[in-house]
Write a protein that binds this ligand. Structure first.
Ligand code: NAD
Length: 266
């Protein structure tokens, strides 16, 4: 066990995974615990949060699993209360939840647009709304919002609601970071590139390769300058750094974790 987050209380949203393997939030939750944090693992799927809790406890860490839909105000308010009842404070808020629905303006239904905006963007507004007063009262904290390089670039997939929601996440990050800079609350965004997580297999294989996951992985690997997609640990280590006191003078930044993909033209 390390001590980079010793004695910190970390809320991780989307701390499970939509399928077998490692999602970004699951890896972050496990890594935070390995580095000494007590993790409040939040997921809309209670089984997924429980699985993460079991992994953390097996490894000797501390974790509480909690079911919350972070797009719902009443549930988020209750989630923060439960974390305070359990651990007494919140030092780290890791806003990891995000969903994808493929489609451009014509193909995307209004319901789908609203759902993606609620889950990807409103959720971060809500968690900040209920966590910030406590961080302010405590004298500081760190918030990391998981965005995407889709907030900066066309990535070959027409997911207009996803790209727009992640662009807004970047601006939400800067806005909250500047408002709370003097209060010792740091707010940063991570912009992952192509990362091989269960969500990608579930949401994008159909678009890339008619549902053939192996073929999709091949296509996405080939597009990456390093010849391979990243994995959930690449994103988790960036989150660990930004959440820790090692990043005490970093706020309002967008940390790209993409193996050089956004530098590439052809
Ligand atoms: P994942 O699907 O493996 O894990 C996300 C978890 O969030 C799941 O356990 C799911 O149950 C949970 N969740 C979904 N909706 C929720 C809600 N309303 N309330 C609470 N929990 C909810 O996902 P992932 O691929 O690890 O992605 C995590 C984040 O990384 C997302 O924000 C995503 O946009 C971002 N990201 C991923 C990639 C990639 O290539 N995988 C690239 C860029 C950004």
């Amino acid at each position: 066990m390390g001590d980079r987050l010793k004695d910190k209380i970390a809320v991780v949203s989307g701390a499970g995974s939509v399928g077998p393997g490692w999602g970004n939030g699951k890896a972050a939750a496990v890594l935070f615990a390995r580095e000494g944090a007590s993790v409040f693992a939040v997921d809309v799927n209670p089984g997924a949060a429980e699985e993460t809790r079991a992994i953390i406890e097996q490894q000797g860490g501390e974790c509480t699993a909690h079911r919350t839909d972070v797009s719902r105000s009443d549930e988020v308010e209750r989630m923060v209360e439960c974390c305070l009842e359990t651990y007494g404070r919140v030092d780290i808020l890791h806003n990891n939840v995000g969903i994808v629905d493929v489609g451009g303006c014509v193909e995307t239904s209004e319901e789908s647009w609203d759902r993606v905006m609620d889950v990807n963007l409103k959720s971060m507004f809500l968690t900040c709304k209920y966590v910030l007063p406590h961080m302010e009262h405590q004298g500081g904290g760190s918030i990391v919002n998981v965005s995407s390089i889709a907030s900066l670039r066309w990535l070959g997939v027409p997911y207009v609601s996803y790209s727009a929601s992640k662009g807004a996440v970047n601006q939400l990050t800067q806005s909250v970071a500047l408002q709370y800079a003097e209060k010792n609350i740091r707010v940063n965004a991570i912009l992952p590139g192509f990362i091989n997580t269960p969500m990608v297999a579930k949401s994008l294989a159909e678009f890339y390769a008619g549902g053939d996951v192996e073929k999709m992985v091949e296509v996405r690997d080939r597009a990456c300058p390093m010849g391979k997609m990243g994995d959930a640990w690449d994103v988790a280590y960036a989150a660990l750094f930004l959440s820790s006191d090692e990043a005490k003078y970093i706020t309002g930044t967008e940390l790209v974790v993409d193996g050089g993909l956004t530098c590439k033209v052809v």
